[in-house]
Design a protein around this ligand. Structure first.
Ligand code: ZN
Length: 412
């Protein structure tokens, strides 16, 4: 019997335990903020202990532990990192058909906050680590599991801390199970730039509009100008545009119609705005926050200069940068991409398409260090909203794909 069939049989034999683990993992609530992941990390520890897997807790911030463990093959070789986060979005109880931390199964779907983002994917990493341990006498190289906290708020205590302080997490490739949809594999992600704009004018009585500019109207003029960034030529290299064009249909299928159009463009969202005191006063103050997403491969300097040029047209405006995560990508035709595509083809009969991600993940941190990082996970149903759930079959498919692909990567 081939080892890959044996791996699939091993998963089949403990299928019920794999399913119950995800339920228990969801029940150990880990919303961020506030980001306390202790209970959920204990659920992982308990499982790793049961299977006598090597691991340790690394907790630079006490309530946000990270779990790292490694196993070695028979000889030296490539080093694969499995990465997933333990924290999840916070939750509002409204609109759920089950309590949000229940992990309940309804019609073969597991419900609960974090089921898709990303306790399904993190579970796939954990099971891959456990299952491949049985076959380590067959592969070479090293497999490292990293389950991290503090991802949802781009916080400093998870992957970012590990990258700087734990060289064990820097391998030759990273595999991550953030939601992607079974039909797509992500090799890159857009960047983000968060800015706060403040507008200050003299203000006056609401009938005396000749005496002062209105801070709220200056804000709306500025926002209209910033909107022009969406049509800026971001100078994305043609090879990347070509790759994105090829996968446009699959991308729209996974992320909703229109996703492929905005992927290679700058987008602008004004997430928050406030200004003025009273209806019959010309406001002297207004502030708003802009969430600007940067396409993969873009000329970041050009975009920053354009923003500065627009802002300078408004002497009443000051601007502050709150966050800048540049976009990241690795080779859309890389080795792990081929491995993932071929395993999904064998398992499901279709080949997922290489795409970039609109949102951000920790995978970018590996790419920033020139380590290729690929994301393959479930469809993001209900991500960040009510009734987040993952079909059991999709969950098991992600586990199988990750286990087989990690094995293939370490066999080469
Ligand atoms: Zn996530």
């Amino acid at each position: 019997m081939s080892t890959k069939i044996e791996i699939l049989n091993s998963i089949e034999n403990i299928k019920q335990e794999i399913i119950s683990f995800l339920q228990e993992f969801i029940q150990a609530a880990s919303p961020n903020p506030p980001g306390d992941t202790t209970a959920a990390a204990k659920v992982i520890s308990k499982l790793l202990e049961k299977y006598e897997m090597p691991f340790r807790w690394v907790a630079p911030q006490k309530t946000m532990p990270n779990i790292i463990g490694s196993i070695n093959g028979v000889s030296s070789g490539r080093h694969l990192i499995l990465n997933g986060h333990i924290d999840v979005f916070p939750v509002s109880e409204e609109g759920w058909i089950t309590p949000p931390w229940s992990g309940e199964i309804i019609e073969n779907k597991i419900y609960g906050r974090g089921s898709t983002d990303m306790k399904c994917g993190t579970s796939a990493s954990i099971w891959t680590y456990i299952i491949l341990n049985k076959f380590k006498s067959e592969f070479s190289g090293k497999l490292t599991l990293t389950c991290v906290s503090d991802e949802e708020t781009f916080g400093p205590w998870g992957s970012r801390w590990l990258m700087d302080n734990e060289p064990e997490v820097l391998g030759d490739c990273c595999l991550n199970g953030e939601p992607s949809s079974p039909y797509t594999i992500r090799y890159g992600e857009k960047g983000l730039l968060w800015l706060t704009f403040k507008i200050q004018t003299e203000g006056s009585h609401g009938a005396y509009t000749h005496l002062s500019k209105s801070a709220t109207l200056v804000a709306t003029d500025l926002i209209q100008e910033l909107k022009s960034l969406e049509f800026l030529d971001a100078e994305v290299p043609s090879s990347l545009l070509e790759a994105q064009k090829k996968s446009a249909a699959a991308f729209d299928q996974g992320m909703g119609i229109g996703a492929a159009v905005i992927a290679p463009r700058v987008t602008l969202n004004i997430g928050k705005i406030s200004g003025g005191l009273k209806n019959n006063m010309v406001p002297s103050e207004c502030s708003f926050e802009a969430d600007i997403r940067l396409p993969v491969g873009c000329n970041l300097d050009k975009i920053l200069q354009s923003i500065e040029k627009i802002t300078k047209k408004f002497p009443e405006v000051s601007m502050e940068q709150n966050m800048l995560n540049p976009p990241s990508h690795c080779d859309p035709d890389g080795d792990m991409m081929d491995i993932l595509r071929s395993n999904v083809k064998d398992l499901k009969g279709f080949q997922p398409e290489p795409v970039v991600s609109l949102g951000g993940t920790d995978a970018r941190l590996w790419r920033y260090k020139n380590i290729p990082a690929y994301v393959y996970g479930p469809t993001p149903t209900g991500m960040g909203s009510a009734n987040e759930h993952v079909p059991i079959n999709d969950y098991l498919h992600i586990v199988r794909t990750h286990a087989l692909s990690a094995y293939d990567y370490l066999m080469k």
